[in-house]
Design a protein around this ligand. Sequence first.
Ligand code: 5GP
Length: 171
Amino acid sequence: MAVDVLISQEKIAERVAEIGALINSEYAGKELVVIGILNGACLFTADLIRQINVPITLEFMSVSSYGEATKSSGNVKINLDCRNDIAGKHVLVVEDIVDTGLTMLKLRETLVGRGPASFKLASLLFKPARNLHKVEINYLAFEIEDKFVIGYGLDYAGKYRELPYIGVYSE
Ligand code: 5GP
């Protein structure tokens, strides 16, 4: 297998710092509940919160999307939910990648239904070529081409999450 570096460790750090600064100015004087989406957003979440200087509480969720085939009310399954009630709180969800957008659309619906004071989304990556469901990304680190990426939290069959950069995987 080969991995071509798409976004270097330095570029990621630079962008994460920029997003952190934006978050600090937009949430000045407020408290924030940061919800990192496991497993893919683990590194992005860990790096981003270290750039945030307003008080936060950290939560994690794990969700899986069933795709278009399932027509049930929510085709996102919550494998791990937040521990605390988010009603009346400012919520920032931190995701690895918005691809078709289905996972985030459904998760957003679920979380907004719980009555937070505000809801915003930070995503490390966005693939516009594959996007079907419009979800507003308030803080986007990088827009990328339609390629399968790994590293910096993203996996291929459970591997490569530990790579410090974002790469394109090929056999
Ligand atoms: P969506 O519901 O937006 O189509 O799917 C988003 C999820 O698909 C992401 O959270 C991620 O787990 C997975 N995904 C989409 N594109 C990629 C990619 O290029 N690489 C990896 N590793 N996962 C991806």
